[in-house]
Write a protein that binds this ligand. Structure first.
Ligand code: ZN
Length: 407
């Protein structure tokens, strides 16, 4: 029997729940402790706690021991003098205990982490945490099922289409989905209704992802017009490249997160591979907002800062990590250090190459920006028509968008 298994995945995907469920299914006692609890102010306490934990587990065997955030004690021992002897002692104790206990007794240790790359290799050796269970973000079917589970706890209308909600909440984690259902219930109560409806669910997706509507913040007419053109610019560039509805809904009501508009993308079929063309199109779509501002108002605003960030990240990834430039072939110029926590990267190349990369990133984004501007120029009548609709109604759905576009 394996001694240890490591649950690896981004925050909020239910690693703790999964460990609990395993204990429940196996009908054995469940010990849970967080890695940070081991690291105390007094030297030696962490190691003592590990000893204590394993002593208890041995008495209660068969049982499951769950160590959350195991990276806090299991960080790589890099040989540098960091002054944190305590953590190293705790880790050593953990390793000793894991080797020491008899696997036939039936103690299984589950660890959870969202930083598997930072763990000490000694922890991952055979006989310790040698099994790795990826706990990824749920796909469409998974999201639908998770929503249904959480919806059992609230009063909800019979005709709610969970598939539609799951589609609109693409990229949401299990914890976020639970939050969406809860927000829908709160919204229903605030409005004095007896149960939550489809509209409650849809609004709460936006609340969870983009923040509450800021009722008291009024955009000036000019700003509203700019935001309308900006958001339609994104959508129109996307639609013209793929010939399909690019958005579920666009709203131009300010949110507490600071966003002035919100675009809910459709994510019809899930796919995990992206071609070079698709990535380029995505960059073009991101530049579409700014391109529309330039085309119509002949001036630019700060509204595109987030688009710029994302476009840069994509372009940089294409060149440094996906081997999609002509010159660098299949050489990695960057490595991802934190896959599950935002995916920070660190450069691994000479200064000369860095300069070269920067130039290529600019070139790539510029080319797509020009493409976006061309698309908008060619469809300027539709741009006016769609932006006018959004400006007047503050909301446009994917169907309305396509109806106007193909009219
Ligand atoms: Zn934008």
């Amino acid at each position: 029997m394996p001694k240890g298994a490591l649950l690896v995945g981004p925050p909020g995907t239910g690693k703790t729940l999964l460990a609990k469920a395993v204990a429940g299914e196996a009908e054995v006692p469940f010990f849970s402790i967080s890695g940070s609890e081991f690291v105390e102010m007094f030297v030696g306490m962490g190691a003592a706690k590990v000893r204590d934990l394993f002593k208890q587990a041995n008495e209660k065997a068969p049982c499951i021991v769950f160590i959350d955030e195991i990276d806090t004690i299991g960080k790589k021992r890099d040989g540098q003098i960091t002054g944190n002897d305590e953590r190293e002692q705790t880790l050593n104790q953990l390793l000793t205990e894991m080797d020491g206990f008899d696997s036939s007794k039936g103690v299984v240790i589950l660890g959870a982490t969202n930083r598997p790359d930072s763990l000490d290799p000694a922890l991952l050796r055979p006989g310790r945490f040698d099994r790795r269970i990826p706990v990824e973000l749920p796909d469409l079917q998974g999201r639908e099922d998770i929503l249904k589970v959480h919806a059992k706890n609230i009063k909800i209308a019979d005709n709610v289409n969970f598939r539609e909600i799951a589609k609109a909440a693409s990229g949401a984690s299990g914890a976020e989905l639970a939050n969406i259902v809860n927000e829908a219930a709160l919204r229903a109560v605030r409005d004095g209704r007896r149960f939550a409806t489809q509209a409650d669910m849809e609004e709460s997706i936006e609340v969870v992802i983009a923040g509450y509507q800021k009722k008291n913040r009024v955009l000036s007419e000019k700003e509203k017009l700019i935001v309308s053109y900006h958001e339609i610019g994104h959508a129109l560039v996307a639609a013209k490249q793929t010939e399909s509805a690019p958005v579920h809904k666009i709203t131009i009501i300010p949110r507490t997160s600071g966003a002035l508009g919100y675009t809910m993308q459709v994510d019809e079929d899930e796919h995990y591979l992206m071609s070079k063309e698709e990535l380029e199109n995505k960059i073009a779509t991101l530049t579409g907002g700014r391109a529309a501002e330039e085309l119509i108002f002949h001036s630019i605003t700060t509204g595109a800062s987030n688009d710029i960030e994302q476009a840069t990240k994509l372009a940089r990834g294409m060149i440094t990590r996906f081997g999609m430039s002509d010159e660098f072939d299949m050489v990695a110029m960057e490595t991802v250090s934190n896959q599950y926590l935002g995916g920070d990267t660190s450069l691994a190349c000479s200064f000369e190459t860095q300069t070269e990369i920067d130039k290529k990133v600019v070139e790539l984004v510029k080319r797509q920006h020009e493409k976006a501007a061309r698309i908008l120029q060619d469809n300027i009548m539709k741009l006016h028509e769609l932006a006018k609709f959004l400006y007047e109604n503050e909301t446009i759905t994917g169907e309305q968008f396509m109806e106007i576009l193909t009219r």
